[in-house]
Ligand binder design. Structure first.
Ligand code: SF4
Ligand code: SF4
Length: 390
């Protein structure tokens, strides 16, 4: 049954990729030449396609399609908007010390507009944006970094020589995009701008505009989750299945606590009691020094950061829950446990987790349900979930 579903998915993927091959703009970069220049061998690229195929919850037969989608990456027009944020997400993606294939892919991206990176400013920048959304209407992906302030009729955030509010710009651009991807927890959920007392009445893009968005949550998010989502779009012509908070299920479907290498210590009640104690030296569980892994859904422990070298819990600090809405308010204090916070209807034992893991193949199929009707559709579930945290 599962085999047949994957075969059908493969057929859809091949047909879609053949079709878009005819319509995508010409490639702006040659990925393989770029990889060679950076010392990344063909073997490394093949290893990367295996890793990203597995991360996307696809079986190995999809590796050639992932490779083809990566080669087409520079053909997908992107308009990248910045609102109330720190630009840390762009920085995290673009300033890697040891660029891996994901980082190089992000360099090939066809950025038709990106305020931080482009040379143009003032009227010229505004014209560039207008031209990009006209030339690629209905075809470009709008990537948004930053929350939208609603206070003072949106005037806490104005942009460009005409002094348009962020809300006006966002409405205009998103209405012409093929899909809207929120990069980072600011655009996804409001993040620090929306934390109490939220003087500017900042909210997520979804809430400010009443549209559904794909939320690549995290502060900053892992580049794998962004590149994987775009690769999925190139392969299947739609966005991946999302959870009730708009996050791709393949990346945010599991709890940090259930993949954590310190989990056996949690189950054995072996805890770090204070920073630098004997438990810390032995790599014991960080729950008592505030780890929020039990309340947080993300794949950080699986894909890690900096070319897979490490992740916060491995480095010795607890998870702060940055992929969850309103984490500054709901997860604080960050270095103390929250005894009154419940998570997922009670704790799972290691045995139960093993049983749950055998369901991954079926979850993988579900994660690739193509969300074809996603564009501009108001998704009440997202707003409802966010409102719970307001
Ligand atoms: S999500 Fe975090 S890193 Fe990204 S822009 Fe917002 S504050 Fe900066
Ligand atoms: S509480 Fe944190 S450190 Fe401990 S097992 Fe869970 S995720 Fe890992």
């Amino acid at each position: 049954m599962i085999d047949k579903q994957y075969k059908d998915l493969m057929k859809h993927c091949q047909e879609h990729m053949e079709e878009v091959e005819k319509t995508l703009p010409e490639p702006k970069e040659n990925l393989h030449e770029m990889l060679k220049e950076r010392g990344i061998s063909r073997r490394d690229f093949v290893k990367w396609t295996s890793a990203i195929t597995a991360a996307l919850m696809l079986p190995p037969i999809f590796r050639p399609m992932v490779a083809k989608a990566a080669e087409n990456f520079s053909r997908l027009p992107i308009v990248w908007l910045h609102f109330a944020e720190c630009t840390g997400c762009s920085e995290a993606f673009l300033r890697s010390s040891y660029p891996n294939v994901d980082d190089i892919l992000l360099e090939t991206i066809s950025l038709e507009y990106h305020e931080t990176l482009m040379a143009a400013s003032g009227y010229q920048a505004e014209q560039n944006l207008e031209k990009a959304i006209y030339d690629f209407a209905g075809k470009f992906i709008c990537v948004i970094e930053g929350a939208l302030p609603r206070g003072l009729d949106g005037k806490y955030l104005t942009l460009g020589p005409k002094g348009k509010t962020g809300i006006e710009v966002a409405k205009d651009v998103t209405s012409k995009a093929a899909a809207v991807i929120c990069i980072g927890s600011c655009s996804a959920f409001g993040n620090i701008q929306a934390a109490n007392p939220n003087p500017t009445d900042s909210v997520s893009i979804s809430k400010a505009l009443g549209i559904s968005t794909v939320n690549i949550a995290g502060c900053p998010p892992n580049s794998v989750n962004f590149t994987g989502t775009l690769l999925h779009y190139l392969m299947f012509g739609g966005l991946p299945a999302l959870d009730s908070l708009g996050r791709p299920v393949w990346a945010y479907g599991k709890r940090i606590h259930d993949y954590c290498e310190r989990r056996p210590h949690y189950d054995a009640s072996e805890f770090v009691e204070e920073w630098g104690d004997a438990g810390a030296l032995k790599g014991w569980c960080l729950y008592k020094v505030g780890c929020k892994g039990p309340y947080t859904y993300a794949n950080c422990g699986k894909v890690r950061f900096n070319d897979g070298i490490s992740w916060p819990i491995m480095a010795g600090h607890g998870c702060i829950g940055c992929t969850e809405p309103a984490f500054w308010d709901t997860m604080a204090p960050l270095e103390k446990p929250l005894p009154d916070k419940s998570y997922g209807g009670g704790e799972k034992t290691v045995d139960k987790i093993g049983i749950a893991l055998t369901g991954v193949a079926a979850a993988g199929i579900a994660a690739h349900a193509v969300a074809s009707a996603i564009r501009h559709r108001k998704d009440d579930r997202i707003n409802t979930e966010e409102e719970k945290h307001d």
